[in-house]
Design a protein around this ligand. Sequence first.
Ligand SMILES: NC(=O)c1ccc[n+]([C@@H]2O[C@H](COP(=O)([O-])OP(=O)(O)OC[C@H]3O[C@@H](n4cnc5c(N)ncnc54)[C@H](OP(=O)(O)O)[C@@H]3O)[C@@H](O)[C@H]2O)c1
Length: 361
Amino acid sequence: MSTTTATQKALVLPAPGGTYIVGETAIPRPGPNDVLVRLHAVGLNPVDWKVALPQFASLGLVPEYPFTPGSDGAGVVVEVGTDVSNFKKGDRVLFQGARPMKAGFGTFQEHSLVHSTLAAKIPENISFESAATVTSALITSFLALYNQESEQESLGYKPFWGEGGSPAYAGKPIFIIGGATSLGQYAIQLAKLSGFHPIITTASPRNTALLTSLGATHVVDRRLPADVILEQLPGLAGGKPLEVVFDSVSDSNTQVLAYRAVPSGGQLVLVLPDVIPAELKGGGEQKRIVMVRGSISFPHTQAAGVELFKHLTEWLEKGLIKPNAFEVVPNGLAGIPAGLERLKNNEVSAKKLVARPQETL
Ligand SMILES: NC(=O)c1ccc[n+]([C@@H]2O[C@H](COP(=O)([O-])OP(=O)(O)OC[C@H]3O[C@@H](n4cnc5c(N)ncnc54)[C@H](OP(=O)(O)O)[C@@H]3O)[C@@H](O)[C@H]2O)c1
């Protein structure tokens, strides 16, 4: 393939705080440890609309514009770097995109790069579309629970995988706010694999059957007043103190609910920055708060990422981790901005929006 001049379609943010357009870009070339993937399906995530906001640009996380975002990808390997031995042309793979946020690594294009240790083969029982729902949300929940290298961002729980697994959490209650979010669906599954019980979550009642099938033992209507939810928790937890509250929504209301639900000495996971009012924290209680950053390209998250990708194919194949349900948006990359708008307006429930880059007109 003469990739030096070959071009492709890509979704492009031309400048900070701008609007996405479909443009023509050079197909990226793999470095020695990268693989180049022809993308068949890509997942849409909240960060992909947030990255286009002017206030995001001021964080300096996007190194250069035009920028192609996209945090989840699934496709076929078409080229491998000179030092890559674990993948070959033709392998079906899934991976987290835009990590790092540099040119060539976002998934909202027809081809994307990924470091060879941070991708996994897609088992035969999983479609590209299903695979494209997995990585960023699973990585975020996984890092929040099991990353051993950051006390600020992770609970550092013992692995459930490996010899014997860890029984350390068996029979301990966990409360997961927002079980129907992508993050929440993976948090429920990981909590089950770690032995937590009961697994209490909040969601719209229409999602009860789904969340129960993933491992939730109790689904509380998320629209009940916080006081009512808090009143129900001790009974649902069987009188045991909650080991951890995992707030997979982390807006200003759920953070308050989460903080109030954590017993003194307990632990709280946030997935967005802490906005819990200072007066609530002033009661002298000891509550540990961690705020996860769901990227495996940081020095303190890479080892956990490599560990996850070592096992992911097997977990998907055996059904230990079930991908989210998905809906395909029309017109390939061109359909992504409208899909992101639906995410922004909270119009998507319990499923991932997925685009097929090769369908771009
Ligand atoms: N820290 C990180 O690196 C990181 C990474 C990824 C995502 N995030 C953040 O994590 C959050 C979740 O992301 P996602 O992609 O998993 O979300 P998502 O799948 O788009 O979330 C949609 C779901 O949110 C649920 N929901 C909304 N408000 C709720 C509330 N007050 N209580 C309970 N459930 C509520 C809805 O549940 P029902 O349908 O049941 O009503 C809906 O199904 C976002 O804020 C995102 O920005 C952070």
